[in-house]
Design a binder for this molecule. Structure first.
Ligand code: HEC
Ligand code: HEC
Length: 414
């Protein structure tokens, strides 16, 4: 090579590579700014810590079948680390179920017509809307729940923890023998709480550990002590940790090229952060995304009206709480009815609602419901976004940067 050509080549390589690296630096800066604008905070800013002894007895209670009326179901039957603290099933199987994951389908049991929600970040600072339909809601600073003005606690996580043990099919067997408990009123709930508190008081290990951790005499243990302990466990064990994405935003660590592209699509053209924002990747509000509905549905015959069931406000029909996205790569299947097995399809449905349904195979009733959801979706910013398979895969890779493990995995019951 002649020296002039060499020199030109040298200049060319400098200018070419510095352009690339500054372009990459720019893309990274854009993503960092977008994440901060959308409300991401360092993991520790979401933490509400608790006493170790209370957390430890909370875990034992969580793993014990003692909290189900018929002693056959534990919180851990449906909330396990191996499924990202959900259960790996489309609709949960509660009482009379056996085993974990798909084994529960094989063995049968009472079906809870919704997809189990995981716990990451639940009960952290500002996390105050619970369940797919927000039936426990402290977002206005005044707790709203089925308990009306008799809420067991002002803390929404503690109020939420009061619900599973009194839900028929979830932890109370759906049978004629339990008829007096079928009313699901606050009075019958209180009866169940008293009975469970008495059981725990009598349990040699749990009774003394809980009384000690709550600093109360064993004989005066109440269900609120149980709920406080489980809340401490959920809050501490599943608290948000510094993920690969936090490290990228707050500590200038690197993302792969695909993760970076996915992040830019998430905050940019995909418009995902319009709803999946804040410290938990949820606006804690309610929206209708046309996921197909499977299972019996909360309203029966394959219908789930979501938020409408709580507010009876027509504009809330088909709307569900925006799901937080920590560990979403682990919590398949997706949506409120668990109708979508793959993360990439769950992303795709947002921009291409017909991706996962075959209108020809739907009943006329299901199609009508689906059109209603399409109508609601069509006025969101998602309508009109076009995304390739490769771009959707990049968003999935980005979402996987929000994965982390709990401190102490929940033990498998059965
Ligand atoms: C039969 C399976 C099953 C059992 C047992 C179970 N859950 Fe759940 N859990 C679910 C399902 C399904 C949902 C979502 C329900 C909904 O939103 O309508 C859920 C949601 C929750 C939520 C709300 C999370 C959020 O994101 O808002 C909390 C808290 C919770 N469960 C705690 C518990 C506790 C504590 C126990 C034990 C006392 C328990 N669960 C037992 C299936 C189960
Ligand atoms: C208009 C608000 C809104 C926008 C914008 C939005 N989402 Fe969602 N997202 C939701 C709601 C609401 C659900 C739950 C709907 C349901 O289950 O019926 C959901 C569900 C999900 C799920 C499934 C989570 C689970 O646990 O089942 C994923 C993954 C997801 N969204 C990712 C994305 C991505 C990626 C984008 C951008 C392409 C996006 N979302 C844009 C509101 C939104």
């Amino acid at each position: 090579m002649k020296s002039v050509t060499k020199l030109l080549f040298f200049f060319f390589s400098i200018s070419c590579c510095s352009t690339v690296s500054s372009a990459e630096g720019l893309r990274e800066a854009v993503l960092r700014d977008a994440a901060l604008d959308a409300g991401l905070v360092p993991a520790r800013d979401t933490h509400i810590l608790s006493d170790d002894a209370l957390v430890s007895v909370g875990q034992k209670l969580f793993e014990s079948r003692i909290l189900s009326f018929n002693n056959d179901t534990a919180c851990a039957s449906c909330h396990l680390d191996q499924f990202g603290s959900a259960d790996g099933l489309p609709n949960s199987i509660g009482t009379e179920g056996e085993g974990v994951g798909a084994m529960r389908i094989v063995n049968g049991g009472d079906i809870v017509p919704r997809n189990a929600l995981p716990f990451w970040g639940r009960g952290g600072v500002g996390f105050d809307v619970f369940f797919w339909d927000g039936k426990v809601d402290n977002s206005t600073g005044k707790i709203v729940s089925q308990f009306g003005d008799q809420a067991p606690s002002k803390d929404p996580l503690i109020a939420a923890i009061h619900l599973p043990p009194v839900e028929i099919g979830e932890m109370v067997i759906d049978s004629r023998g339990n008829d007096p408990l079928q009313s699901e009123t606050v009075e019958t709930a209180n009866e169940i709480y008293d009975m469970l508190a008495e059981r725990i008081e009598k349990d040699p290990e749990l009774g003394s550990a809980l009384a000690l951790a709550r600093s109360v005499p064993r004989t005066s243990l109440k269900f609120i002590d149980v709920a406080e302990a489980i809340a401490a466990f959920v809050r501490v064990n599943f608290r948000v940790k510094s993920t690969k994405f936090h490290d990228f935003v707050f500590d200038r660590q690197q993302l792969s090229a695909e993760e970076l592209e996915g992040g830019l699509l998430f905050y940019g053209r995909g418009g995902c952060s319009a709803c999946h924002n804040g410290p938990y990747f949820s606006d804690m509000k309610f929206h209708a995304i046309p996921f197909s509905q499977i299972g019996f549905g909360k309203n029966g015959f394959g219908v789930d009206y979501g938020r409408f069931n709580v507010t009876l406000d027509e504009s809330d029909r088909h709307a569900f709480r925006t799901p937080p996205l920590y560990n979403v790569a682990k919590t398949a299947p997706y949506s409120h009815s668990g109708s979508v097995p793959l993360l990439t399809d769950a992303i795709g449905v947002h921009v291409d609602p017909l991706l996962y349904v075959d209108p020809q195979k739907m009943s006329a009733n299901d199609r009508t419901e689906f059109y209603n959801r399409l109508r609601l979706w069509s006025s969101t910013s998602l309508n009109g976004v076009v995304m390739t398979e490769r771009e959707i895969a990049a968003i999935a890779a980005f979402l996987d940067t929000l994965s982390y493990d709990s401190d102490s995995p929940v033990k498998v019951v059965d």
